[in-house]
Design a binder for this molecule. Structure first.
Ligand SMILES: NC(=O)c1ccc[n+]([C@@H]2O[C@H](COP(=O)([O-])OP(=O)(O)OC[C@H]3O[C@@H](n4cnc5c(N)ncnc54)[C@H](O)[C@@H]3O)[C@@H](O)[C@H]2O)c1
Ligand SMILES: N[C@@H](CCO)C(=O)O
Length: 346
């Protein structure tokens, strides 16, 4: 029986959700997936860090209070976040990187991924920064070190998109895509339609664990821009940079705009898209669009996301499911580990 030793880097909503899955389902995974997970280290800027090569009690981790330096309350724990020690020296086979997404330079998460990959440690991550901004370098680093770099949760949370398109749609001829790729902004637009004020709707999305550390990234389209870059580079071989993608958000949409759209049988949606042009180049954008209610994306509500791939052989192929959420995104980490088990399993 395979037992994967994992270190959790960042212990906010997503990795705490992952610890919850481990606490609840490890025994079941032994039967259904052929492996179990042992958490051997955790590090978080706010909570501190802890290493236990014999394994930590996942339930105890889940129940840890969200207080500065809280890991010091556990035997062997420390109030300081010894990120490098936990990543390189906890004895982990893999790290689950889930610190905040930095849309400017992808740091410090990119450095955390490099430390792991250079040390021959697999990386699973839900963080969009390292992939959108340094994806080619990190994939190459993983390949050269014989380890995996998996990031299914970086787009549409636990809903399968990246591996689905990469594997199940291989050969179908993906020409482009358009989608609702941010849970927070779609939740905000939906709640505004119900009559809630913009700021209250954003606060609710934060409460529910959907929003970025700085929700400006959600409502101004920056988060979708990273996801468009990730999908375009992955599926259209586009080699796009963030600066190649024109980007605007939803913050200028007023309650009156939303009411008027409803009266006219239409809905405002934040749409990320990319398409291959006749000359082979890829054009991508993020913008709020007014969709008639007959449009397949118009009825996608709340934190649900959807992406429609324009393919040569099948026409439109649309995937819809949760776009954000702690447990939903923690599942993406599990799906990455399942993929690693299939390709690198012991
Ligand atoms: N929550 C979601 O629905 C969701 C969905 C998909 C992807 N993501 C991405 O997953 C990642 C984690 O999301 P989350 O909701 O858990 O965020 P979060 O803000 O709840 O947790 C992030 C944690 O990282 C820690 N951290 C920040 N800087 C650090 C550093 N330098 N060293 C160590 N720890 C550090 C913070 O203290 C915090 O506890 C983010 O990159 C986010 O964009 C989140
Ligand atoms: N803040 C992001 C998390 C998922 O990437 C969202 O709301 O979609």
């Amino acid at each position: 029986m395979t037992e994967y030793k994992i270190a959790l880097v960042g212990f906010g909503g997503v990795n705490r959700g992952f610890a919850q899955l481990v606490a609840d389902r490890n025994a079941e995974w032994k039967e259904s997936l052929g492996f179990t997970i042992k958490i051997v280290g955790v590090t978080d800027l706010f909570l501190g860090s802890i290493v236990a090569k014999d394994g930590l009690d996942a339930k105890q981790l889940v129940d840890l209070p969200v207080e500065k330096g809280a890991f010091a309350q556990l035997p062997g724990g420390n109030a300081e976040a010894f990120n490098e020690t936990v990543i390189k020296h906890s004895g982990a086979d893999m790290i689950a990187e889930a610190t905040f997404t930095n849309p400017v330079d992808g740091e410090p998460a990119t450095t955390f991924c490099r430390w792991a990959l250079e040390s021959g440690i697999h990386v699973v991550t839900t963080n969009k920064g390292p992939i959108a901004l340094h994806g080619a370098e990190l994939k190459d680093l993983a390949r050269r070190n014989g380890v995996a770099f998996e990031y299914e949760g970086s787009v549409m949370s636990g809903t399968p998109v990246i591996r689905l398109a990469r594997q199940a749609l291989a050969g179908v001829g993906v020409q482009g895509f358009e989608g609702i790729l941010n849970g927070t902004s779609n939740y905000v637009l939906t709640r505004m339609k119900d009559g809630l004020d913009f700021n209250d709707a954003v606060a609710q999305a934060q409460q529910l664990g959907y929003a970025e550390a700085d929700p400006t990234a959600d409502v101004e389209g920056f988060d979708v821009r990273l996801k468009v870059v990730i999908l375009a580079n992955e599926l259209l071989d586009a080699r796009l940079s963030v600066s190649d993608v024109a980007c605007s958000g939803i913050s200028s949409i007023s309650p009156e705009d939303i009411a008027q759209a409803s009266a006219n049988g239409a809905s405002w949606k934040l749409i990320g898209s990319a398409n291959r042009e006749v000359d082979g180049s890829v054009r991508a954008s993020v913008e709020a669009r007014l969709l008639p209610n007959s449009h397949p994306l118009a009825g996608i509500s709340g934190a649900t996301n959807a992406v429609s791939f324009n393919t040569g052989l099948l026409g439109a192929v649309t995937v819809s499911g949760p776009g954000a959420g702690r447990i939903e995104t923690a599942f993406a980490l599990l799906s990455d580990i399942v993929a690693i088990h299939a390709t690198h399993g012991k």
